[in-house]
Design a binder for this molecule. Sequence first.
Ligand SMILES: CC(C)(COP(=O)(O)OP(=O)(O)OC[C@H]1O[C@@H](n2cnc3c(N)ncnc32)[C@H](O)[C@@H]1OP(=O)(O)O)[C@@H](O)C(=O)NCCC(=O)NCCS
Ligand SMILES: [Zn+2]
Length: 245
Amino acid sequence: MTKPTCDVWWAEPAQAHPGLLDLLDEEERARHARFRLAADRDRYAVAHALARLVCARRAGCAPQEVRFTLHCRNCESRREPRTEPHGKPRPAGPALGLEISISHSGDRVALAVSDGVEVGVDVEAVAPDRDIDRLASYTLTEKELAAWHALPGAERTAGFFRYWARKEALLKATGDGLSAGLGSVGVTGPGDPAGLVAWSAPKAPADVWLTDLDAGADYRAALAVLAPGPVALAMHRAAPLLAAG
Ligand SMILES: CC(C)(COP(=O)(O)OP(=O)(O)OC[C@H]1O[C@@H](n2cnc3c(N)ncnc32)[C@H](O)[C@@H]1OP(=O)(O)O)[C@@H](O)C(=O)NCCC(=O)NCCS
Ligand SMILES: [Zn+2]
């Protein structure tokens, strides 16, 4: 089997411009308009325009021809799913066959794109949180919690977001999202290379490749690819593509 490949594109909400809205479909434009904060609007516009631009380039079509269908693994396995479309975007139309994942936090927008293997990306701004102990108590497994408590105080916050990004990248790769519970997946600790330790889900994937991504000092980010690995990774700056888009 050939080595799976994955492209990771990095953008910033400051790269938003009105022209990007022409690339979005009607539903995306409606959602964009519903955000009350300009920062949320910009993160959304940049992420979704970038997804179309990158998929169009790969598929050899116009960005407006790319469509995305949304899939929530949690709801798809239930009898009464939420009716409005939500969940993980999957390219359709001329870009059918590509797999993508989107994440945005603070000044970072990340897009992962692969040729048919499922991918999940997550970026988290490291922000002090009064509730971090409570949050840790239900998002970390017992073993993780013990290791996290053993970290020096100054490393706790960033360490927590390292765990979070690794776990969420995995849950976004499967399309479960947070509704599966971050506690359902166990990962290696912040001082160790990224890796899956345990996944207590009935349909946990057999092949998982997990890596940290460098999103700058104030961020923690991770990428999960549902393939045996190693994965050939390529990083890209999105600024030129967005400026031309
Ligand atoms: C969606 C979710 C994974 C996003 O996490 P987050 O850290 O807040 O945000 P991120 O920026 O990292 O990711 C957002 C992107 O994840 C993608 N996404 C949404 N649901 C997803 C899922 N189930 N699996 C993978 N990716 C998903 C979308 O592309 C979204 O981008 P958009 O908001 O611009 O459309 C998380 O909030 C979640 O699982 N929520 C579901 C809770 C819920 O509503 N449950 C009830 C219905 S099941
Ligand atoms: Zn759902």
